[in-house]
Design a protein around this ligand. Structure first.
Ligand code: AMP
Ligand code: GLY
Length: 425
């Protein structure tokens, strides 16, 4: 069948890598893609939110399966669009409907969902501009650190953690009154600070059945030792070494099962990935967020470990027959190291020539912000390349990712040298 991937990051290159291998894949397209997806599929110059153009393309190329990479088109209702347009009704599309996408698109919606289905999460209250006094009082009545979350999508910047009540109050005013994050901070969730170590669990669901995919841990801060500004993610490791059977059992029983049951009870049309961000507090898992898509760079370590045919799994997701599929996972660990443009996550330059790609050995190089210009591959974003390695031991895999990271060069290349630092005993 002909397949279309929407997106342009390392996540989408990793999807393309896995899908291109499938015997069920005839022609593969990526919109808009990058220089990496161009090597495995045909890039199409259509934006992920341009539903009408996507529709025309899907019809013209007789696409049977669409994989939506980022959250934006999901929150904007691309799945509902496909399900209501006559010519697209029979096209399989991976991702939740607009209602399901609220699990990521609205923190307040997600918190209410967790509360209704008894899913462990930090206690919270939410406030709008007219409730600012109550919000300030709530800060007074709780103890630090204070966790303030803009309700809507804020490009990963909507969570602010503060140690001091006065700073927290000022931040609440900034978010609600001055609309620091625009419409996204019209409502603010204030929640209990959870102290523990983070991990992410990925679930593929057809709305009834589910498969738990490999776990992963990502490193979001720009600086070593988890310092400095937040980024999209600077590296990842899968599986998470401390996610043993006991913890995974708890996660499945207390979090995954009630989440899928909630999706069913609420009659959400949800055929896609659920990315559950967790904090492990003394061996008890708590949900800090849902995302309704795969993570980036987590996908670059999760998908390469899936041995089963991904197209089969996605087809079963769409047909609601996931219970009949086997999920085979490689026992090897995977690590990825992100090479980023100097200056990222603040200002950076694009168009720097990338050299040395062909000198790397034993790693998968997933492109993120890259493009082709005059026959050369050049940088085209903050996160440029993800260097993924599989090995029996994650520390060996990481060593190889770093060896290859050194062989690739572009002006002002930057990467974190300490991925996994908190996992070494
Ligand atoms: P989010 O955008 O929800 O992933 O939050 C960004 C980051 O803030 C998370 O990766 C955590 O490191 C941190 N965080 C979010 N909620 C909490 C919480 N309740 N307690 C402690 N840290 C949190
Ligand atoms: N790496 C975090 C995310 O994709 O949201």
């Amino acid at each position: 069948m002909n397949i279309l991937i929407l997106g342009s990051g390392g996540r989408e290159h990793a999807f393309a890598h896995q899908i291109a291998k499938s015997t069920h894949c005839s022609q593969l397209f990526t919109a808009p893609g990058n220089a990496g997806t161009a090597q495995l599929s045909e890039n199409v110059a259509i934006g992920v939110n341009d539903f009408e153009k996507i529709k025309d393309f899907v019809i013209k190329k007789q696409i049977e399966l669409v994989v939506v990479g980022p959250e934006d088109p999901l929150v904007n209702g691309i799945v509902d669009f496909f399900n209501t347009e006559n010519e697209l009704k029979n096209v399989m599309i991976i991702g939740p409907s607009m209602e399901g996408a609220k699990l990521e698109g609205s923190k307040e919606f997600a918190k209410e969902f967790m509360q209704e289905f008894n899913i462990p999460t930090a206690t919270y209250q939410s406030f709008t501009k007219s409730e600012i006094i109550k919000g300030l009082q709530y800060i007074e009545s709780t103890s630090p650190p204070y966790v303030l979350k803009a309700d809507g999508l804020a490009a990963g910047k909507g969570v602010v953690i503060l140690d001091n009540a006065n700073d927290a109050k000022a931040e609440l005013q900034f978010m609600l009154v001055e609309e620091k994050f625009g419409a996204a901070s019209k409502t603010v969730v204030i929640e209990q600070f959870l102290k523990g170590i983070e991990l992410s669990v990925f679930v593929l669901t057809d709305g009834k059945n589910y498969k738990i995919l490999p776990t992963a841990k990502d490193y979001k801060r720009i600086g070593e030792g988890d310092t400095g500004l937040n980024t999209g993610g600077m590296g990842a490791i899968s599986p998470v070494p401390f996610a043993d059977e006991v913890l995974m059992q708890k996660i499945e029983e207390k979090i995954v099962k009630p989440t899928i049951a909630g999706i069913q009870k609420r009659k959400m049309n949800y055929k896609g990935f659920v990315f559950i961000g967790l904090i492990n507090v003394e061996n008890e898992p708590f949900v800090i967020e849902y995302n309704v898509r795969m993570g980036d760079p987590e996908t670059e370590v999760v998908l390469p470990r899936i041995k089963s045919d991904l197209v089969n799994l996605l087809r079963a997701t769409s047909n609601q027959s996931l219970d009949k599929e086997m999920l085979e996972i490689d026992k090897k660990a995977a690590t990825t190291v992100m090479l980023v443009s100097g200056g990222y996550p603040e200002g950076y330059e694009k168009g720097k020539e990338i050299n040395g790609l062909e000198t790397t050995e034993g790693s998968l190089i997933f492109h993120a912000g890259t493009t082709e210009k005059d026959g050369k591959i050049v940088t085209n974003g903050g996160r440029v390349l993800a260097v993924t390695t599989l090995d029996n031991d994650w520390k060996e895999a990481l060593k190889k990712s770093y060896q290859n990271a050194e062989k690739i060069n572009f002006d002002r290349k930057n990467f974190r040298k300490d991925i996994g630092f908190d996992l070494k005993k």
